[in-house]
Design a protein around this ligand. Structure first.
Ligand code: NA7
Length: 535
């Protein structure tokens, strides 16, 4: 099929991305009677779950919560097999959603949106895609995901390597056979922590190159029983409502007291119980773990002691032990991560002591030592939150480019819109709770908010909506103020853009899902306060 690059095609809305956000947005746009075209770079639906196929890839939020709630039929009929279902099952779920709601006819796969330029005279967006096609749309919705633009470190000699090179966020669909191979993994974030135990089982020798040790708690993953599933399904709506009242938008079994109000004995018993229970609710043990350094120290010390207990070689244990704030970088949940370092065929290389000097045709040289390997795995994360948005050449009023506007860091109103870019919406953009929450309810909340806004505009025959600069300035200050009252700014996390060289250091997500929802609803109730609407 050839693409007609001369004719401009028209629709009401262009949606960029067919992951959790793009699929639900398309469903809602159709329900509003609007015509929509979704462009997806991947060859199928799924977004993050289409690309991240590395061994052990799972979500760190329980599957029965990490799923849509917009359709009760859907949540009743789907059966998750494990507490944290594997990537393949999440992808199968999203394919099921695409079929069940007949979404595919409006999705164009293997196609990137290269540019979106706003035309003030017509109040429409001119969109150009990688197949050369041109589209004109009233609205553009960026459903590009927070963790989709991979971060590939620019290590000298990278292209000279003769073996296999892989990034966890762009894993080959046919899988990788590491059997009998010598493998290097660079990075020790969540993707590395999930994949390392499985790669170690296959490889003949594994070298892990660590820049910063990370805190991880056991995931305690297990198959779900019919009883458990039945108990959740019989009160799904109620459980979803309870989750929405929690700071991170999912059930963290949050404690209501300070870690400093209880005795050490009681605290240790609580941490021990949560360690056994597994997963991110470890951080919910007390209400001030991410707010008060002394409270945080009590939980961090508990995990540090666990690492020292699990890892037999004290020197390796020491290198694996983080001295930073627990939860400041997203807490990881693992299945046998620390235990893997007790294997004789696994070695830890601290790149602070032995910096990676170059990649050679046969491996890596670090600290003057040559590590001969057959494969290198980059588990080096993402240009988070802004990377995928800025990968598109977006130009608003007066030809202002989003890249220029965000040169010193992203500026948004509610993380859903940005001044100077009318009729452009972002789903879970910077300045919204997004990555500090269970992503799926956050996505649904944004899609619902955008859909209500479009309905409101239609009712008033408004052609154009734009965030006001003063509302945006106030929101950016508020996001910073809330973050500053927590321990989050205290480490080099990707929440701050600190993992990407040269990226401005700005805390991007908004801390507090329930507070955010109250504010977003209030803005809507007050006739989209802080936005200008024009006929
Ligand atoms: P992360 O969490 O950003 O982890 C990336 C890891 O790669 C982390 O340990 C980084 O060290 C390391 N890294 C990055 N660049 C380099 C270089 N140049 N040299 C050595 N090491 C490097 O990404 P993930 O994919 O694991 O997880 C992302 C999110 O997905 C996760 O938070 C969950 O929400 C799901 P650093 O810590 O920056 O020193």
């Amino acid at each position: 099929m050839t693409t007609d690059t001369t004719t401009e095609r028209r629709c009401d809305a262009v949606v960029v991305g067919a992951g959790f956000a793009g699929l639900y947005m398309l469903h809602r746009l159709r329900g509003l009677g609007l015509s929509a075209r979704v462009f997806e770079a991947g060859g199928g639906v799924g977004g993050t779950w289409y690309w991240n196929r590395y061994p052990g890839a799972r979500c760190d939020v329980e599957s029965m919560e990490y799923s849509y709630q917009f359709s009760d039929e859907l949540q009743q009929e789907w059966r998750w097999s494990e507490r944290y279902s594997p990537q393949s099952e999440i992808l199968a779920y999203l394919n099921h959603v695409a079929d069940r709601f007949d979404l595919r006819p409006d999705i164009q796969f293997d196609t990137r949106v290269d540019e979106a330029h706003y035309d003030e005279a017509t109040a429409r967006w001119a969109v150009r895609t990688s197949d050369g096609a041109r589209w004109s749309a009233r609205f553009v919705v960026m459903a590009t995901g927070c963790l989709s633009s991979t971060n590939m470190p620019d290590i000298k000699g990278r292209n000279s390597f003769g073996g296999g090179m892989y990034h966890t966020g762009k894993w080959p669909h046919e899988g990788v056979d590491f059997a009998g191979k010598r493998v290097a993994v660079i990075g020790t974030g969540s993707s590395a922590i999930q994949s390392i135990p499985l790669i170690a089982e296959e490889a003949s020798q594994l070298f892990v190159f660590q820049r910063t040790p990370n805190f991880s708690v056991p995931a305690a993953n297990r198959p779900l029983t019919d009883d458990e599933i039945g108990r959740v399904k019989s009160r799904y709506g109620e459980l979803r409502r309870i989750a929405a009242t929690m700071g991170f938008g999912f059930n963290t079994r949050s404690g209501e007291t300070s870690a400093l109000e209880v005795s050490e004995e009681e605290r240790l018993a609580e941490y021990e119980e949560r360690w056994k229970m597994g997963g991110l609710p470890f951080l919910g043990a007390y209400n001030d773990l991410i707010l008060d350094q002394r409270a945080n120290d009590t939980a961090a010390d508990f995990v540090r002691a666990k690492i020292q207990e699990i890892v037999r070689d004290p020197a390796v244990a020491e290198k694996l032990t983080p001295r930073s704030i627990l939860g400041c970088k997203r807490l990881c949940a693992d299945s046998g991560y620390y235990e893997t370092f007790n294997r004789p065929d696994v070695a830890l290389v601290d790149v602070n002591e032995s910096p990676i000097e170059e990649i050679t045709p046969t491996g890596l040289r670090a600290g003057g030592i040559d590590y001969e390997v057959d494969a290198i795995v980059f588990a080096t994360g993402f240009d988070a939150m802004t990377g995928a948005l800025l990968a598109v050449d977006i130009r608003g009023k007066g030809g202002l480019s989003l890249r220029k506007k965000w040169e010193a860091g992203p500026r948004t109103y509610l993380g859903v819109a940005t001044a100077g870019f009318p009729n452009l919406f972002m789903i879970t953009g910077p300045g919204s709770p997004s990555v500090l929450t269970n992503m799926v309810p956050s996505i649904e909340q944004h899609v619902n908010w955008i859909s209500d806004c479009l309905t409101y505009m239609a009712g008033r025959e408004s052609r154009r909506i734009e965030a006001n600069v003063d509302a945006e300035d106030a929101w950016v200050s508020h996001v910073n103020e809330v973050a500053s009252a927590s321990l989050y700014p205290g480490c080099n996390s990707w929440y701050l853009g600190a993992n990407v060289p040269g990226k401005p250091r700005v805390f991007m997500p908004y801390l507090g899902f329930p507070e955010y929802v109250v504010k977003a609803d209030e803005v809507a109730r007050n006739g989209y306060e802080g936005f200008s609407l024009e006929r």
